[in-house]
Write a new protein. Structure first.
Ligand SMILES: [Zn+2]
Length: 486
């Protein structure tokens, strides 16, 4: 029997992402949140598939698709063709889906992913445009008989299908790719990334082969994976199933499978269909989609810095470590806030980043608030950082000043002055407090003198408490040692 380690999974992902346009792909119906809107309230004769209606392409959807294509480094084809993909399903009233097949909008790109093995690029085969289908809701009547209702609110929503080459070779790489792609779509402002609402859905193609082999095995497609977790479980199970089959002399069939959340297993839906089963042909009601160079250039102008590039830049420019940079870049407003603050203070980037990811985030947790609800500008945080850096306030005081600043929007300087929070670094003043504390605790002092040296920490705490936490901790530590040893 062959060892399991000699097999390598080969995974390709197809990602379906809804585009955040105001209206649908081929009609003027509004895009509504299909998890909340009343069923069938955003439907017209076009998206309901009535005979005699004519589709009209949504210009904004095309602009978003170009944006994604460019962000993924794809070639934008000057002419792409909408085609009919024919199949029957109750949520598809037309009996076909308008999609792109032979001539997609964008091709041959890549996306950089970061895993513990480092950075590498995953090749993107294509990015094409299509429309979403409606939704079936499965119910039971009082007698227990099953029936289904159709909601067409989602029918005709603009969708992008983003297809990788079979370039992913582990669950970790697959997750990194999916997470990075989601981050890119969010940063581009074309998709909310709200997985619970089904705005991003996955299909995975999986085969396994002897490690080092260049030949691809028979691939199995798993449909309808609507969350990162489900995708991971399904693909992990499928790798295991195929490996076991090969190890025991079985044969992997090319087929389409679905994942059962309850059993954690995949099962056959149908033997794999081929493209000709859909009888694709050019949509006769739509002219070829022509995208001029001017338009592409115009969209290119609006491209923001992509997450992986930003993370690498944060590391290089500010000396952050990778997890810090990833944490900041997870939300662009947070990373923007960090960079603006950094430009206004001499506090090292790494320290400032910690103040944001530790203290600012702690405030959000404690108060149950969002980052944007903190009433502090980068300038105000920079002011507080300078007060820490120059020793005007100590760390512990600064932490409470930050919380008050975030609550009130009052400047750090004003809080420090009005509440007398300045750090006490006066030698004589600190010595006086130390002597008073020792004088009041002769028992502890005696025990210290006979060898219970850990009481030094306790004295330190007492002195800090006496100064309202404002004493310069380094000075207290040093002077306390001197006084205790006298
Ligand atoms: Zn409509």
């Amino acid at each position: 029997m062959t060892n399991v380690n000699t097999y390598e999974p080969v995974i390709g992902l197809e990602v379906h992402a809804e585009l955040l346009t105001r209206s649908k792909m081929f009609c003027a119906c509004p895009v509504v949140d299909s998890t909340r809107a009343q069923p069938n309230t955003a439907v017209c004769p076009i998206c309901a598939g009535m005979p005699g209606t004519l589709p009209v392409v949504n210009r904004q959807a095309v602009a978003y698709a170009i944006k994604v294509g460019l962000a993924l480094g794809c070639r934008i084809n000057p002419t792409s063709i909408f085609e009919r993909k024919n199949y029957f399903y109750p949520d598809l009233p037309k009996g076909y889906q308008i999609s792109q097949y032979q001539h997609p909008l964008a091709e041959s790109g890549s996306l950089q992913i970061l895993t513990c093995a480092g950075a590498r690029r995953v090749r993107i085969n294509r990015v094409h445009m299509e429309e979403d289908a409606g939704k079936l809701v499965h119910l039971q009547d009082d007698g227990g008989a099953a029936y289904s209702l159709v909601d067409l609110n989602r029918a005709g929503l603009p969708l992008l299908e983003i297809v990788t080459e079979p370039d992913l070779h582990s669950l970790e790489e697959m997750k990194a790719y999916a997470a990075e792609l989601r981050a890119v779509l969010r940063v581009l402002g074309v998709n909310s990334g709200d997985m619970e609402k089904g705005v991003i859905r996955f299909e995975a193609n999986i085969s396994i082969r002897p490690a080092g082999s260049a030949v691809l095995g028979k691939r199995v497609e798993i449909k309808n994976l609507n969350s990162f977790r489900t995708m991971e479980r399904a693909v992990a199970h499928e790798i295991e199933r195929q490996t076991h089959l090969l190890q025991t002399g079985g044969i992997v069939e090319q087929e389409t499978r679905s994942f059962d959340e309850a059993t954690g297993e995949t099962r056959v839906m149908r033997s794999k269909e081929d493209a000709h089963d859909y009888r694709y042909f050019p949509e006769p009601d739509l002219p070829p989609l022509v995208v001029g160079e001017d338009w592409v250039a115009e969209v290119r102008e609006t491209l923001p810095e992509l997450p992986s590039a930003r993370i690498m830049r944060l590391v290089e420019q500010y000396g952050l470590d990778l997890p810090q940079a990833q944490q900041l870049a997870e939300s662009y407003p947070v990373a923007d806030f960090f960079e603006q603050t950094c430009s206004m203070t001499a506090m090292p980037g790494r320290t400032l980043a910690n103040w944001i990811t530790d203290s600012y985030f702690a405030w959000m947790n404690e108060r149950g608030r969002l980052f944007a609800e903190g009433r502090t500008t980068p300038q105000m945080l920079a002011g507080l950082m300078d007060a820490v850096r120059t020793g005007r306030v100590n760390r512990a005081t600064a932490q409470s000043v930050l919380f008050r600043m975030l609550d009130s929007g009052v400047d750090a300087e004003e809080l420090i002055r009005s509440q007398g929070l300045e750090q006490v670094s006066d030698h004589d003043e600190i010595v006086a407090v130390i002597r008073a504390v020792i004088g009041e605790h002769t028992t502890e002092y005696e025990r210290y003198r006979v060898g219970k040296v850990e009481l030094a920490h306790w004295f330190f705490g007492q002195v800090m408490k006496r100064t309202g936490g404002k004493a310069n901790p380094a000075m207290v530590r040093e002077l306390l040692q001197q006084e205790l040893e006298k």
